[in-house]
Design a protein around this ligand. Structure first.
Ligand code: C5P
Length: 308
């Protein structure tokens, strides 16, 4: 038997949503979704080391503050695992952040995913992919996708995943405006907008088949036509600086741009890195965004970097 490790390092990616169809609300207050996630090459890296108690530290290359207390998703992941398996072990967790905080890119979910994978090894649980994803789903709808990575269709509350075939790599400019948006508040605003327009949301929305074709065929024009986020209108209503970012990116030549998830990060589809840089320069010149990042998808899901 191999001895239990004393230190495990796992990284998990941030994501964007290439489409996000929002349907009816269930008994738990969650909306039925049909979404296409794509993982991008910005990672949260979690190191879990043996310790008597649970603790958390963070280093970050992105602006913003994150809770280090019990509401932090990585700590909640550790607590959930201890409860579920009646463990008394501790762990010293360290997170190195690259994914924008509260930006609609699933950074907190990536923290939880990486923490679960790392602690599974550190505590010798051997849960495997399916067991870890099931546990992750209890912490947040995006956690199972941060484990799986690449590109996937998410249904139900976002956690029922099917991998989507993609051809080649996609380049995205992430345009990051100031300010944060709260996911529950964006969903609430979406509900209000639906109510005032008298529209009845689908029990289970469906993804646009043409988006899946665009991804498998590497067809950027078709992908641009199918980028769609039902939450975008709510994000625009709550954050007046967002609509100009989407409009300007498209006016500057981007095939398409949309708010990622509940925002406020805007994902701009670009043909190549040179186009990304020229659009970023335009957005920065007009002071529409605080910062821009060029990323690529699809990126792999949670992976173990070190186990010793
Ligand atoms: O799952 P997660 O913790 O990221 O969700 C945050 C909030 O977003 C939920 O508490 C809920 O208000 C809203 N949400 C929703 N329907 C989903 C996913 C999230 O209403 N499918």
């Amino acid at each position: 038997m191999t001895p239990a490790p004393s230190r495990v390092v796992v990284r998990a990616p941030g994501k964007i949503n290439l489409s996000l169809g929002v349907g009816a609300v269930d008994a738990h207050g969650y909306h039925a979704l049909a979404t296409v996630f794509q993982a991008v090459d910005l990672y949260e890296t979690v190191t879990a080391s043996r310790a008597d108690t649970l603790s958390l530290e963070m280093t970050s290359s992105v602006p913003g503050e994150l809770p280090l207390d019990g509401s932090n998703l990585a700590l909640r992941a550790a607590e959930l695992m201890r409860e579920e398996f009646s463990l008394t072990e501790g762990a010293a967790l360290h997170i190195d952040k690259q994914v924008p905080i509260a930006g609609g890119m699933g950074g907190g979910s990536a923290d939880a995913a990486a923490a679960l994978v790392a602690l599974d090894r550190l505590w010798g649980l051997g849960l495997g992919g399916e067991g870890l994803r099931r546990l992750g789903a209890r912490l947040g709808a995006d956690v199972p996708f941060a484990m799986l990575g690449h590109t996937a269709l998410g249904r139900g509350n976002g956690g029922d995943l099917t991998t989507v075939l993609t051809h080649g790599e996609w380049t995205w400019l992430l345009a990051i405006p100031g300010g944060h948006l709260s996911t529950p508040q964006v969903f609430r605003t979406f509900d209000e907008i639906v109510r005032t327009t008298g529209r009845r949301p689908a029990e289970q929305p469906e993804v646009d088949e043409r988006q899946l074709q665009a991804l498998s065929g590497g067809n950027i024009e078709l992908l641009a036509e199918t980028l769609e986020n039902d939450l975008q209108v709510a994000a625009f209503a709550l954050h007046p600086g967002l609509e100009p970012v989407v409009e300007t990116a498209e006016r500057l030549g981007a095939p398409a741009a949309l708010v990622s998830g509940s925002g406020p990060t805007v994902a701009v589809l670009v043909e190549d890195e040179a186009q990304a840089r020229s659009i970023a320069a335009g957005l920065m010149r007009d002071s529409l965004v605080d910062s821009c990042l060029v990323v690529r998808g699809s990126a792999p899901g949670a992976s173990v970097l070190v186990e010793e």
